[in-house]
Design a protein around this ligand. Structure first.
Ligand SMILES: Nc1ncnc2c1ncn2[C@@H]1O[C@H](COP(=O)(O)OP(=O)(O)OP(=O)(O)O)[C@@H](O)[C@H]1O
Ligand SMILES: [Mg+2]
Length: 320
């Protein structure tokens, strides 16, 4: 096992009201899961469900509020800045916006050289060049053509390939990609996802793919985890989750995918429209109950435990 996340919480403090009463946005509120070496998981949920916060807390870009994070068995939850240096090399983040990701006055070569310099990988320019050219070949950009171009000369898809190259150049063990294709033209999205999957397998990287679009996960992951209002509500293998979703929220997400086959359309009961709940004062009981077509009394009273049903982790009273 590479990553072991236990009951992780990240609450943001916010001041509200006349007397500046302290309140907390419970963005990630008790999330547990494990990730094996070379395994890819998709984290799916609508806007504000806590996906980015979960990713950044795992990478220790945010200070965890509670819970534990183990990386290769080592507890990294409370490590200080200096002790985190090795962890920065073992992990990386690919963000949503490839257009704002790079310093415009640096060539692609210089952009990719930066992490090698900062982390003192090698002083030999020849070795650096080899690393940079190899990683450019990995992301399917001809080094001779692209190394000495500047970011403004590249398309969004090409820039995102550079972002992937930069994330991989230190040979990390864990990569988190946060909505990596949502700002790209639809025509290149599948290419980029397929490329990431290919590289993830080739280099046996453990990968977290964060997305609001469950339809794209089939290009990607071994497992899918569904987030709702700071909780993980279902997690299973990709095939099983897409075929036999258990949680009413997962069913609703799948219902929303346009499917040309009428047989497949509207298999599940619709979730009434509505907003995800406030994370400052989330609903009592199951956080999904105000929108759930199956809600019963206990759902309004008690938070459901996470239980195992046919290999799915599901947090729902329908199964408890
Ligand atoms: N630095 C912060 N300070 C206060 N609240 C924050 C901060 N970052 C995120 N939040 C809040 O935490 C909650 C979860 O945000 P997060 O960005 O993790 O969601 P997300 O699932 O990534 O959403 P999206 O799909 O829109 O990117 C939101 O209510 C957000 O407003
Ligand atoms: Mg986000």
């Amino acid at each position: 096992m590479l990553l072991d996340v236990r009951e992780l919480k990240k609450w943001f403090e916010v001041k509200k009201g006349l007397f500046g009463r302290k309140q907390y946005v419970k963005a990630v509120d008790g999330v547990s899961f494990q990730l094996d070496k070379g395994e890819a998981i998709s984290i799916v949920g609508e806007s504000g469900s806590g996906k980015t916060t979960l990713g950044k807390t795992i990478l220790r870009l945010y200070e965890p509020t509670d819970g534990r994070i183990y990386f290769e068995g080592r507890d990294i939850t409370r490590l200080k800045r200096n002790d985190l240096r090795w962890y920065r090399k073992e992990t990386s983040l690919i963000q949503q916006d490839p257009f704002g990701a790079f310093a415009s006055h640096f060539s692609i070569y210089r952009i990719l050289k930066e992490p090698l310099i900062v982390n003192k990988v090698t002083k030999e320019e020849e070795e650096r060049r080899e690393r940079i050219y190899n990683v450019l070949r990995d992301v399917k950009l001809d080094p001779e053509e692209f190394a000495f171009k500047y970011p403004h000369m590249l398309s969004g898809g090409q820039l995102q390939r550079i972002a992937i190259a930069r994330a991989l150049i230190l040979k990390p063990k864990l990569v988190i990609a946060d909505e990596p294709v949502s700002m790209l033209d639809a025509s290149v999205r599948v290419d980029i996802l397929t490329l990431m999957r290919e590289l993830q397998k080739k280099h046996e990287i453990s990968f977290m793919y964060i997305t609001h679009d469950i339809a794209t996960t089939r290009y990607f992951s071994d497992r899918i985890a569904i987030m709702y209002a700071g909780h993980m509500v279902e997690m299973a293998s990709t095939t099983s989750l897409l075929k036999e979703p258990l949680h009413p929220y997962t069913k609703a997400l799948l219902n929303a995918i346009p499917d040309p086959d009428p047989e497949n359309r509207r298999r599940y009961r619709d979730v009434p429209p509505g907003e995800p709940p406030s994370l400052i004062d989330p609903p009592k009981g199951c956080r999904f109950h105000p929108r759930c077509p199956y809600a019963k009394d206990i759902c309004r009273e008690k938070e459901p435990p996470s239980i195992d049903v046919n290999g799915h982790m599901v947090k729902c009273w329908l199964y408890g």
